[in-house]
Design a protein around this ligand. Structure first.
Ligand code: PGA
Length: 259
């Protein structure tokens, strides 16, 4: 794996406000010492309601807090949405955009996701952009075509902000949708083909070190060892396994121990 590493924990809506605060409070010191490890950027992504207390809890520490989404609009009559300006004001450094669960349940399309990316880059927040194919597309051998379509509207947006001057690199998380929460992962060969495509795409816009390429989908203490050998990889976006601190720590240790 390529250094430096980024590990982002996506808590999704698995923890209520009280549970998020309790989990973060109980493991505050542990998260802080994890985040201090060499070459590691740690990002915790709780749901919107918990961004304020978690940012407060980790102020002036190496732990970064990210949102799980943001509005594609700057401001205005958009009931229920949360602007990048607010996320930024709370102290967040990152936001996940284009997660497959938002594409599926909120019918987000690639153009809207590109606009979210634009909003984030306007305020120098680092996007964690999620892309990946569904099972039928994987089985039909269409993965790279899906990635091409998902990345297409992003090029112009990122170019507008290039050279990217962010305090953390922009992350592109390749998450085969059929791997998320299922315990199944693609083989490294498949993932490497996707990474090689994404890496080449990224380099047509800006320097490779302005981007971190993450893998997501059933990253756990059993799958991590194999996944760590993926070429071009800079880290992981972890859902379910980030909700148990001991497992989460084991995964990070494994990442850091991989030569
Ligand atoms: P998972 O989720 O690790 O539970 O598969 C990953 C994600 O959805 O980002």
């Amino acid at each position: 794996m390529k250094k430096p590493f980024t590990i982002a924990a996506n808590w999704k809506m698995n923890l209520s406000f009280n549970e998020s605060v309790e989990y973060a409070t109980k493991n505050r010191d542990n998260f802080i010492s994890l985040a201090q490890k060499k070459d590691l950027t740690l990002i915790l992504c709780p749901s919107f309601d918990s961004l304020y207390p978690l940012n407060k809890m980790f102020t002036s520490t190496a732990v970064n807090i990210g949102a799980q989404d943001c509005s594609e609009f700057r401001k205005g009559s958009f009931t229920g949405q949360v602007s990048v300006e607010s996320i930024h004001a709370l102290g967040c450094t990152h936001a996940i955009i284009g997660h497959s669960e938002r594409r599926k349940y909120n019918h987000e399309n690639n153009k809207e996701i590109a606009k979210k990316c634009d909003q984030l880059l306007d305020l120098s927040l680092s996007p964690i952009l999620c892309i990946g194919e569904i099972l039928e597309e994987y089985e039909a051998g269409n993965t790279l075509k899906v990635l091409e379509d998902q990345l297409k509207p992003l090029k112009e947006i990122i170019e507008k902000h290039s050279p990217l001057e962010l305090s953390h690199p922009m992350c592109i998380a390749y998450e085969p949708v059929w791997s998320i929460g299922t315990g199944k992962t693609a083989n490294n060969n498949h993932i490497e083909k996707a990474f090689s495509y994404i890496s080449q795409w990224a380099q047509t816009i800006d320097k490779r070190d302005k981007f971190q390429l993450l893998y997501g989908g059933s990253v756990n203490e059993k799958t991590i060892q194999t996944l760590c050998n993926i070429k071009e990889l800079n880290g992981f976006l972890i859902g379910g396994a980030s909700l148990d601190f001991q497992i989460f720590e084991k995964i990070i240790d494994c990442v850091l121990e991989t030569p």
